[in-house]
Design a protein around this ligand. Structure first.
Ligand SMILES: Nc1ncnc2c1ncn2[C@@H]1O[C@H](COP(=O)(O)OP(=O)(O)O)[C@@H](O)[C@H]1O
Ligand SMILES: CC(C)(COP(=O)(O)O)[C@@H](O)C(=O)NCCC(=O)O
Ligand SMILES: [K+]
Length: 237
C-alpha cells in the first residue's frame, strides 16, 4: 500500500512517500503554498498536524476523501507508548511521533530534541514510558519575539545574521548569535543533567544544533514515527 506521510508543523509542511518505482520522494513548503501542491496518487494520506490547518485539511480531503487519515493528537492507547501527561491528548502529536520514530533507531533510554518552531526535549525510557520534557521557543521564534516586541531591535536589511557564537557588532548579529548561544546553552544543560539518555536530534533547526553538540542528527524522526503507526496500529489497512 502506498502512503503519503505529511508532517504539518507550525512553520512548515513536510512530506515523504514512496513512488511506484520504489524511489522515496521528499518535499516541503510553507503553509501559504499548500494550494499550489500537486499531491501524488496514493492509497492513504496520513497527516500529523499540530494545529487545525483547515486549508490543508480541505485540500487533502478533496483529493483523498476517505483515504485521508488526520492525526491531530497522540493515540492514547498505543501498545508501545505510555503517556505521563495527566491530559495526554494535550501532548503535541509531533513530539509523540518523534519519540515513536526515535524508538526505531535505539532501544536505550532516549532524549529526543525536536528543533522546529518550538524547541522541544522529551525523555522516553527504554520501556517506553514518556518521562516528561521541555518546551522553549525555537531559533526563529525567539528572534521574532525580539523583532516584534521592541522598538529598536530590528531585522535591519543591511545587516547579516550570524551563524557564529562570537559577540555581535550590529543588532542582527547580536540577536542571532545570542539566540544560537541560548539554544545551545539550554540543550547542553539538559544533556549534562541527563547523561544516561541517548540523544536524537531532529527538526528544521536540529542539524546545526546537533553539530554544535557533536551528536547525530535524524532528519526524519516524525516520518519514522508515522511509519511505525502505518506498520503497527494501522496494519489493518
Ligand atoms: N526551508 C526552510 N523554510 C523555513 N524554515 C526552515 C527551512 N529550513 C530550516 N528552517 C528552520 O527550521 C525551522 C522550522 O523547523 P520545522 O521542523 O520545519 O518546524 P515545524 O515542524 O514547527 O514547522 C524554522 O524556524 C527555521 O529556523
Ligand atoms: C510544542 C509544539 C508547539 C511543537 O510544535 P512544532 O515546533 O513542531 O511546530 C507542539 O508539539 C504543540 O503544539 N504541543 C502541544 C502542547 C504540548 O505538547 O504540551
Ligand atoms: K518542534
Amino acid at each position: 500500500m502506498s502512503v503519503l506521510l505529511i508532517d504539518a508543523g507550525n512553520t512548515r509542511i513536510k512530506w515523504r512517500y514512496q513512488g511506484d518505482d520504489g524511489a522515496v520522494h521528499r518535499g516541503g513548503c510553507a503553509h501559504a503554498d499548500v494550494a499550489a501542491q500537486q499531491w501524488p496518487a496514493v492509497d492513504r494520506a496520513l497527516v500529523a498536524s499540530v494545529h487545525d490547518n483547515p486549508g490543508l485539511h480541505r485540500q487533502l480531503h478533496q483529493q483523498f476523501a476517505e483515504r485521508l487519515v488526520w492525526l491531530s493528537h497522540p493515540l492514547l492507547d498505543h501498545d508501545h507508548f505510555r503517556h505521563c501527561y495527566s491530559h495526554p491528548e494535550r501532548l503535541g502529536v509531533d513530539r509523540w511521533l518523534a519519540m515513536l520514530g526515535a524508538r526505531k533507531h535505539s532501544d536505550a533510554d532516549l532524549l529526543v530534541v525536536d528543533a522546529g518552531t518550538a524547541l522541544t526535549v522529551d525523555f522516553l525510557s527504554s520501556d517506553n514510558q514518556h518521562e516528561g520534557g521541555f518546551i522553549v521557543p525555537g531559533l526563529t521564534l525567539a528572534q521574532q519575539a525580539l523583532w516584534q516586541n521592541t522598538e529598536r531591535v530590528r531585522p535591519y536589511q543591511d545587516e547579516v545574521a550570524s551563524e557564529q557564537l562570537q559577540p555581535g557588532r550590529d543588532t542582527v548579529q547580536c540577536v542571532t548569535a545570542g539566540i544560537r548561544r541560548q539554544q545551545i546553552a539550554f540543550v547542553r544543560s539538559v544533556l549534562d543533567d541527563f547523561t544516561g539518555y541517548v540523544p536524537l536530534f531532529t527538526g528544521g533547526d536540529g542539524e546545526w544544533l546537533a553539530v554544535a553538540m557533536d551528536v547525530p542528527y535524524w532528519p526524519e524522526l516524525i516520518f519514522d514515527g508515522l511509519d511505525t503507526l502505518c506498520a503497527g496500529y494501522f496494519s489493518a489497512w
